[in-house]
Design a protein around this ligand. Sequence first.
Ligand SMILES: Cc1cn([C@H]2C[C@H](O)[C@@H](COP(=O)(O)OP(=O)(O)O[C@H]3O[C@@H](C)C(=O)[C@@H](O)[C@H]3O)O2)c(=O)[nH]c1=O
Length: 181
Amino acid sequence: MKVIETNLKGCYIIEPKIFEDKRGYFFESFNNDKFNELISSNIKFIQDNESFSSKGVLRGLHYQRGEFAQAKLVRVVKGSVLDVAVDLRKNSPTFGEHFKIELNEYNKMQLFIPRGFAHGFLVLSETAIFSYKCDNLYNKESEGGIIFNDPELNINWQMQDEELIISEKDIVLPPLKNAQL
Ligand SMILES: Cc1cn([C@H]2C[C@H](O)[C@@H](COP(=O)(O)OP(=O)(O)O[C@H]3O[C@@H](C)C(=O)[C@@H](O)[C@H]3O)O2)c(=O)[nH]c1=O
């Protein structure tokens, strides 16, 4: 397992070690001790989520407020997505900046997104199965979000707006300036 730093402090790309042989492949998709040692943390993931989406589905940008803030370790099991993390930490030198990466079933890369970030992804393949771990439980009352195309974020989603499929909840999310951690 290898860790690569991103432009956002505390947000890391995780590259698992893949073992391939004539049968196929094997890899540790998560190893608590190695993960925490590599990113010098003591994170305890307590909820696993999975979603299935079609091409053009954009989920996000989401976060949970206050005591329900979540760090996430995200990956793609099948297909390909453009994954985006936005720094919402008010005192961070990279506040409002984002990191984006293509996660897919072939590169098997994972992204660790610490608390204090918004997260979203766009499905690039015909369908995608997205899987992630969270270090805090889902809490409906604590849900927060930012509109994906806020000009202040300036995220190039690499797809035309007309091609996007977005939930009724996400299409009315507020801009970054209204974000409340
Ligand atoms: C996120 C979540 C949703 N739900 C329910 C609420 C709702 O009825 C249904 C679908 O929820 P959503 O529309 O919020 O699902 P979705 O848009 O996929 O939400 C997810 O988006 C990505 C980008 C993230 O980063 C995640 O943390 C999460 O916010 O599932 C849970 O029961 N537990 C959960 O942890």
